[in-house]
Design a protein. Structure first.
Length: 259
């Protein structure tokens, strides 16, 4: 709710500034003088608007792809953890497989409760990193007792490596975002696009003010969307640890059923 109020407030402010600028230019130059150049101004404004629209569309698509890619990496990590938990049941060494499963549950809990808030600050949990190393050590200490377990052990090692790689990729995602220079380009481009709309001359001020307001609102909304998607692990729209929560639920169910 706070985010919606924030966006509405930004739109109202942008609209107020835009209408004030339009009225100021209209008063200084006069609508009759501005109307003489409507044809030329309209042509140039169409070019500026098209270029800016393409820029915003490109950025929105890139931001959405980054968001989906981050979400996919989180799911890959959770799926790899689930596979390790499941495959460890193949081995006859009850003590070591129990240690692996317990450490996986502890790691998932740490990621949800401790590491996820840290990712918003572009940091990671040292405790979670230590738990990953401990999981690897437990798997490395596991001794296959027959050919059947040896076959599964190779698969288990591969999944542990996949799990570790997925974790590293997830952590790197917390630093992804639009460079400051590109933000300046988008903001300045929006200001130029809106300001150029002040150079049209119309007899009636109210429809003209509504057009300027609409233009400023739509540009503000798109910039707000980009801001919300920027940095996929923090902000207004961010990837949540739902995959880890679901994995823990399944594990607890397995344990209750005696697996």
């Amino acid at each position: 709710m706070i985010d919606i109020i924030f966006v509405i407030g930004i739109c109202v402010f942008a609209s107020f500034v835009s209408v004030f600028g339009m009225l100021f230019v209209r008063k200084k130059i006069g609508y009759a003088e501005l109307a003489k150049h409507n044809d030329v101004a309209g042509f140039i404004h169409a070019i500026i608007g098209t270029i800016y629209a393409v820029l915003l569309a490109f950025v929105v698509v890139v931001e959405w792809e980054i968001y989906r890619d981050t979400e996919s990496k989180v799911e890959v990590e959770a799926a790899a953890m689930a596979s390790i938990f499941r495959d460890s049941r193949v081995f006859s060494d009850l003590t070591k497989r129990t240690l692996i499963q317990q450490e996986l549950m502890a790691y998932a809990t740490t990621v949800i409760e401790e590491e996820w808030p840290l990712l918003a600050k572009e940091q990671s949990s040292e405790k979670a990193r230590g738990q990953v190393l401990q999981i690897f050590n437990y798997v490395a200490d596991l001794k296959p007792k027959n050919d059947y377990e040896k076959l599964w052990y190779q698969e288990l090692i591969a999944k542990v490596n996949k799990f570790s790689d997925a974790r590293n990729e997830r952590i790197l995602c917390c630093t992804q975002g639009i460079p400051a220079f590109m933000w300046w380009i988008m903001v300045l481009g929006g200001m130029i696009t809106i300001s150029f709309s002040f150079l049209f001359g119309t007899v009636n001020k109210i429809p003209y003010a509504l057009m300027v307001t609409s233009l400023s609102c739509i540009i503000t909304l798109v910039l707000s969307l980009i801001y919300a998607l920027d940095h996929p692990l923090k902000g207004i729209i961010f990837v949540k640890p739902d995959a880890f929560i679901e994995v823990i639920k399944h594990w607890r169910l397995y344990l209750l059923q005696g697996y």
